[in-house]
Design a protein around this ligand. Sequence first.
Ligand SMILES: Nc1ncnc2c1ncn2[C@@H]1O[C@H](COP(=O)(O)OP(=O)(O)O)[C@@H](O)[C@H]1O
Ligand SMILES: [Mg+2]
Length: 293
Amino acid sequence: MAFAVPRNLAEHAERRGRLEWIATLPAVIEKLQGLWSLEVGEPFQPGGQTAWVAPASSPHSGEVVLKVAYRHYEAFDEAKGLRAWDGEGTVKLLAAEDLDDTTTALLLERCRPGTLLSSQPDTTQDAVISGLLRRLWRPPPFSEEFRSLQEMCDQWADECRQKIAGHTATTDAGLLRDGIALFRSLPATADRHVLLCTDLHADNVLAAEREPWLVIDPKPYVGDPTYDALQHLLNCEDRLEADPAGLVSRIADLCALDPARLGQWLFARCAVESPDWPELLDVARQLARSVGL
Ligand SMILES: Nc1ncnc2c1ncn2[C@@H]1O[C@H](COP(=O)(O)OP(=O)(O)O)[C@@H](O)[C@H]1O
Ligand SMILES: [Mg+2]
């Protein structure tokens, strides 16, 4: 049978010029089948954007999941993070192997039935995500080194500057400048630094048996917990565009975070993401008005 590539991965690989990497996958998966004694099934559809993920089984570990991922910058420490959380709110990591500079493989606990949290109503999503975030935030373990949120924010701010160089409409120049500056400065003013997931949204939370919902696909960093609520806010596109301040206030309350600080973070992140997602400029404008930025 032809080698199956999940829809989201195929589309993203085409856009990002990663088709050569996709072509290496059949040989990589064959190697992993031998290494971890796996029977591998067809990949999950539509899947994520950066990894080939499929159900698998092995005589030692039973029903598991094989994730073969492109090693992009934010995801470098996924295995380390899963080891640190050790199944407390996340899937358990059973094995990990960096195959080369661009490919990493993870063997994971399988979530059954694996339904995405994004299939549930907004109120359920908000409650589950905030409950999981509050459990995941913990002092970074001494045994493992994680990168700082400051490092990630500086990198994203630099990339945003490059993208807007030369073609910013004058009306938005001040807003963008303020947003980028805030994105660089907020990490240093946090009142506590914890282990962060940074990519917790309702497509990265799956229905399971060991716990009702488990987190997959973390991109761990250490820093301000307020930052960690942002990805869920950005994924709630309709609510975000209609009433960003209302959404901030609701999620800050559920996560026991300072709403003013969450509003600042959202304003800054919307500015930084706006070159690739122009609707976020309007969200940033609304926030600037309502929280007095
Ligand atoms: N532990 C797991 N149990 C069951 N299904 C999983 C598991 N991990 C991932 N999946 C499935 O694979 C898809 C892609 O996984 P994900 O880790 O989010 O990839 P990406 O890093 O590309 O976003 C998920 O949407 C889900 O359907
Ligand atoms: Mg994902």
